[in-house]
Design a protein around this ligand. Sequence first.
Ligand code: MG
Length: 394
Amino acid sequence: MKNLAILGSTGSIGVSTLAVVGAYPDRFQVATLAAGGNVDALFEQCLKWHPKMVSVATEADAESLRKRLKENGLGEIEVGFGTAGSVAVAIHPAVNFVVSAIVGVAGLEATYEAVCAGKGIGLANKECLVAAGDLITEEAARRGVALLPIDSEHNAVHQCLRGGRMQEVEKIWLTASGGPFRNTPASEFAGITVERALNHPTWKMGRRITIDSATLMNKGFEVIEACRLFHLPPAQVDVIIHPQSTIHSLVEYNDGSILAQISVTDMRLPILYALTFPDRIGSDLRFDLKQLQRLDFQNPDLGKFPCLRLAYEAVEAGGAKTIALNSADEIAVAAFLEGQIGFLDIPRVVECVLEVTSTLRPASIAEVVAYDAEAREEARRQVANICTRAVASR
Ligand code: MG
């Protein structure tokens, strides 16, 4: 029996994970849950799954949730909050497997502590590997903890890597749908609205990751994630635009063989794979090969999508650069969603922040958090500069 902690239980990965748990009640059980500000959804999950402990973002939310649980006869569910709360959820003694799906660096400490506590990890939080990749993978190797990727591309790579040895790998190909602006001329990019950017062709996801998919920053994060997870230099991790998103990624071997993974575009599949590895178990997530019409591939346009270039530069330079890449992007995307800056300002903000970021490698999670805070502050300054300039030019 796998007893799960789900970090980010009310987000899209969290909800899909609970759907998998519900489909295999004899294999998986909910032990603990951590959410952010969506207390109503977490309350409903408590009613349904009876976890031993839950955690929310703030003390005030924890207080009100505690009261509601008590009124509904669930007063025995422990309620924590903040980073300490999500760490307690992750390392709870009843937990033997952690699904890490809190978006942003908020999930970083909880995931790291879970690795240190020897829990199995299903990793859907990109920031863990982007911001603190070496720290987490080194600790996992030391403790013999398996880090199983839930991100669809890395999950596909993980599957394809079972077809050969690491030293035989020539290259990893990460596929990208290309987002909603694959065919949009560069001249229209300045006028891209929030509504258009939120309209992703293939996947239904959270708001930040949808924007990150539209700028290809998400693919840039995935390049970094792949370098760290599979211990490969950036030169061996390539991105290929594949609009149908049928192939989730590929591995090219030294003899010229290329292995690809195909399945339905449904996150329940990579979640199920991570939860059952090294086994595979039956599912109803079938892909109908006869419906497959065509597979197209093209090179990404780094001129139109500078975020992807910035990600390669950050991982090449190393140190705190990948932390800053993520933090600056988070601030810039939030500012774009609030209508403060334009679509093209997102890479501008990130590039300015990267320029002033150290190439020193963080030695601890505390240092990662400090670099993160520094980069956020710099990104806010850059956003403010852009807003000031926009007002002045009116
Ligand atoms: Mg992905």
